[in-house]
Design a protein around this ligand. Structure first.
Ligand code: SF4
Length: 288
């Protein structure tokens, strides 16, 4: 590797560098669900740096030319962006006392038989994962993607509180305005469109993760509850379309009132996206 490229790699703009310049409000104006998503996408040239209207325009010029040079030199591929974020979270996690934290997270604490280091065993949707500062590994040998690793590290770092048992919509959670739109367009509307009238099709597609509820307070035609992580339950309510009155099908996610003491809003949205993706995938496989 030549000296110029080595220097460029050392001084490259990373997603974390860019993330630190954002206001971290996750307003969604850049078209990304979170500031972290914006930073990881912009740094690899997937979206323009200027997509975020809240960055200082003068500083942006210098940043843009540095970024152009590093992308031209082939530095900053997508994978590297995720890796940089994970590196940051791993370093954070290394300073936490996992043994003390485990019971609060609903995790089992054990020692890795190979390294002797403490690791957590956590149920995650229909999987079980080992989490240690060095990695997240699925016990079912499924590949855990970098976004899931970031989500799971965030759960551990954020700590967790006991759910209150009181269910609310996202609109009742503080500072959630930008996320409500994303939840609707990424999750609730696609699900309503995929399941306009057949409650059994929805119940079937959701069955690996959701337990059907006998009754719910909102008068939904179907309601189910799933546990994304031990302290993160979710509810899904579904109303069938009413062609006579011209009402389309409707879906709504409900959360525990205390969920933001456990997860940040962007992680919560990610959890809903994971659930939606799995239901949609199972539904389309069932039809093919
Ligand atoms: S536009 Fe994007 S990067 Fe900028 S503050 Fe809003 S979510 Fe964050």
């Amino acid at each position: 590797m030549d000296e110029r490229k080595r220097r460029m790699i050392q001084n490259r703009i990373t997603p974390i560098d860019l993330f630190k310049l954002t206001p971290k409000t996750n307003c969604g104006q850049c078209g990304q669900p979170t500031c972290l998503a914006y930073a990881t996408q912009a740094v690899v040239g997937e979206i323009p740096l200027g997509s975020c209207p809240h960055l200082d325009s003068q500083g942006l010029e210098g940043l843009q030319s540095r970024l152009d040079r590093q992308l031209e030199a082939g530095i900053g591929r997508k994978r590297e962006g995720f890796e940089k974020t994970l590196e940051f979270l791993r370093a954070e996690l290394a300073g936490w006392d996992l043994e003390a934290l485990g019971p609060h997270l609903g995790a089992e604490v054990e020692r890795d038989p190979h390294t002797g280091r403490v690791r957590l065993t956590l149920p995650y949707l229909d999987d079980v994962v080992h989490i240690s500062p060095s990695d997240v590994v699925s016990l079912s040998d499924r590949e855990i993607n970098p976004w899931e690793k970031i989500f799971l590290f965030n759960y551990v770092i954020g700590g967790a509180v006991e759910p209150s048992g009181i269910w609310v919509g996202m609109e009742s959670l503080p500072n959630s305005i930008s996320k409500i739109k994303s939840l609707r367009s990424h999750c609730e509307e696609p699900l309503a469109k995929a399941f306009p009238s057949d409650r059994y099709a929805l119940a079937r597609a959701a069955s690996p993760w959701f337990v059907e509820l006998e009754a719910d307070d909102g008068g939904a035609d179907w309601a189910g509850q799933c546990r994304v992580l031990p302290k993160v339950p979710l509810r899904l309510l579904w109303w069938a379309e009413d062609p006579q009155d011209g009402f389309p099908a409707r879906v709504k996610f409900l959360f525990d009132e205390r969920v933001l003491e456990t997860l940040d809003l962007e992680s919560l949205l990610f959890a809903c996206e994971q659930v939606t993706e799995r239901i949609m995938k199972r539904h389309s496989q069932g039809r093919s």
